[in-house]
Write a protein that binds this ligand. Sequence first.
Ligand SMILES: CC(C)(COP(=O)(O)OP(=O)(O)OC[C@H]1O[C@@H](n2cnc3c(N)ncnc32)[C@H](O)[C@@H]1OP(=O)(O)O)[C@@H](O)C(=O)NCCC(=O)NCCS
Length: 147
Amino acid sequence: MLIRRAHDEDIDQLMAIEELCYDHPWPREAFEEEIAQGDVGMGFVAEDEGLVVGFLTGMMGVDEFLLHNVAVHPDFRDRGIGRKLIEAAEELCLENEFQRILLEVREDNEIARHLYLSMGFEAVGTRKDYYGPGQNAYLYTKRIELE
Ligand SMILES: CC(C)(COP(=O)(O)OP(=O)(O)OC[C@H]1O[C@@H](n2cnc3c(N)ncnc32)[C@H](O)[C@@H]1OP(=O)(O)O)[C@@H](O)C(=O)NCCC(=O)NCCS
């Protein structure tokens, strides 16, 4: 399993995973924006025998990383790939001296919430109807310990 930076050529495979993972997948343009925007957009992929099996995308702020999306192909879940992708984002924060990672997660997404909490994220707020009427989000953050 290799974790590496995402490139434009990965977008087809990212879209395929996105469509398997969500009822309302992000449009292709959203991926193009995050992956092609060299300065602020940032993506990582998990690659297994040449195939992309998971990804993480986000935006780099002034002193924080906004984690927008992390998804793993259903056939490759529960093998630590999600955790490795988030660790790659943490490494990015250390390299850039970002102080924290921020993300939103659906309140009923117990697996993702479990993963984030087990990695030291904390819930710092809620966003009502963030994913549609009655579908609230938690705002999670993780402080990065800079040397
Ligand atoms: C959330 C997601 C990215 C996790 O990816 P993953 O590669 O399966 O995660 P990991 O293997 O690193 O496991 C993370 C934790 O979740 C647990 N977990 C994974 N799949 C699980 C399942 N089906 N049921 C219960 N727990 C599960 C693991 O046991 C692990 O916890 P542990 O380390 O305490 O044992 C993946 O489930 C996914 O793509 N979900 C759909 C998209 C999504 O909801 N993304 C998050 C948006 S905020």
